[in-house]
Design a protein around this ligand. Structure first.
Ligand SMILES: CC1=C(CCC(=O)O)c2cc3nc(cc4[nH]c(cc5[nH]c(cc1n2)c(C)c5CCC(=O)O)c(CCC(=O)O)c4C)C(CCC(=O)O)=C3C
Ligand SMILES: [Fe+2]
Length: 386
């Protein structure tokens, strides 16, 4: 574990990598995209039709355009500039799970460009099937397509370790909470509660998240980050604000348990207990996704307004230079590991830096046992790329 101010790893040697891949979720760009996008996301997942209609309305309410693609474009530009500035010569590609540019097309382009081995950074910080393993399934499917059935004929893909506890992710979140607190009326500030919010998932998905047999990593990692952020805020302000971790964006059938409480129910409860001011911190999201601009900025802030509670939504890491530099740090760290060198791994909180390769069976989804890349049991052999 290291001091949160630790500078990113220095150096410029990224061998054995010859590319970096930004892997994200994707989102619609215009109204005609909304329904096909939702079909891509929910294929085979048993999401009730009413929920799809409702989520479609969220997108249509914002002109049929998700903010996520523009945020990835901005992140890409910032990442390329950061690497160039640091003297790191590494082309950066971008591919999505659910929308253009699709991962498979990007991987085909990488192969055509002669890429043999790439580091992969996903826009999802925590462990769970939806936020980690499913991306590793996507990597397998893309490599299988690009390698004509032989994943080792595609570029070798190494997913970078989880970064929820990397100081470059945490520090912008801390600053966001500090700014949000400062923006509250002065007489409300000291008593304000910090309400950390993340994407709800089915409780069985949380139970299976992380190392097989351990479980619960999704919630445990969010609690760890929330505690670190709250402690850092207390150090800066001299006030130990009470805090909670709650959830947004529940979907799925009503009889299936998902993580609770929902942020809106929680705000009602806080109001009933006498809370008069909150900071809503979207700790589970790396940028201002639809969940943030709809579920928090539109819905949860309206709940606060109705209850007469003062509320501010704090900023996500987005393209903060410290978060961008964290990607460079993670690539240089992993490259050194793959070269067999000793490394210092930056992290804060109680977990320390997690594994480079997910353990076999990590974040398993019992509903669909599908092959993955980038784990200990990856069928891609690194030496195939040499
Ligand atoms: C843990 C998690 C993250 C990780 C946090 C992260 O990566 O940041 C995440 C990210 C995202 N989820 C997103 C959008 C959607 N997720 C859906 C559905 C679901 N998400 C789930 C979980 C997660 N999702 C789950 C368990 C489902 C049920 C169906 C299934 O098992 O797959 C649906 C279907 C409709 C609905 O059910 O809501 C949509 C439209 C977008 C794009 C936003 C934009 O456009 O800005 C992003 C980044
Ligand atoms: Fe989602």
């Amino acid at each position: 574990m290291s001091d949160p101010s630790t500078a990113p790893t220095t150096g410029t040697d990224v061998s054995p990598y010859d590319a970096l891949l930004l892997l994200s979720f994707g989102g619609p760009e215009k109204p005609e995209d909304v329904v096909p996008f939702l079909e891509n996301v929910t294929r085979g997942r048993g999401i009730p039709r009413e929920r799809l209609v409702e989520v479609g309305q969220h997108y249509f309410g914002f002109g049929g355009k998700s903010p996520i693609n523009d945020q990835n474009r901005a992140f890409l530009a910032a990442l390329r500039a950061d690497l160039k500035e640091a003297g790191v010569d590494l082309p950066v590609y971008w591919g999505n799970r659910n929308w253009d540019p699709y991962l498979t097309d990007t991987l085909a382009q990488m192969k055509a460009d002669g890429v043999r081995r790439a580091a992969v950074f996903t826009t999802s910080a925590y462990a769970s099937y939806s936020s980690c393993r499913q991306y590793r399934e996507n990597l397998f499917d893309a490599a299988e397509a690009v390698g004509d059935g032989n994943v080792s004929a595609a570029p070798v893909l190494d997913k970078l370790r989880h970064y929820f506890n990397h100081p470059g992710f945490i520090e912008p979140v801390v600053d966001g909470v500090l700014s949000a607190l400062a923006d509250l009326p002065e007489d409300q500030r000291a008593a304000a509660r910090i309400v950390f919010v993340t994407h709800s998932i089915p409780t069985v998905m949380n139970d299976a998240s992380g190392r097989p047999g351990a479980g619960g990593a999704y919630v445990a990692q969010h609690l760890d980050v929330s505690r670190v952020v709250a402690d850092r805020v207390a150090t800066e302000t001299g006030v130990a604000h009470d805090w909670d971790l709650v959830y947004c964006s529940r979907s799925g059938a009503a009889h299936i348990p998902w993580l609770e409480p929902d942020v809106n129910d929680h705000l009602e409860e806080l109001h009933a207990r006498g809370t008069t001011a909150v900071v809503l911190c979207p700790v589970g999201f790396v940028s201002d996704h639809m969940e943030v601009i709809y579920d928090l900025d539109t819905e949860a802030l309206a709940t606060c307004e109705r209850l007469g509670m003062q509320a501010r939504r704090s900023a996500t890491a987005g393209d903060d230079p410290r978060f961008v530099a964290a990607v460079r740090d993670l690539v240089l760290e992993r490259a050194a590991v793959e070269r067999g060198e000793e490394v210092t791994r930056n992290s804060v909180g109680e977990f320390g830096a997690l594994w480079d390769r997910c353990p076999a069976g990590c974040c398993f989804n019992a509903r669909a046992d599908k092959p993955t890349l980038a784990g200990e049991d990856s069928p891609q052999r690194a030496d195939a790329a040499q």
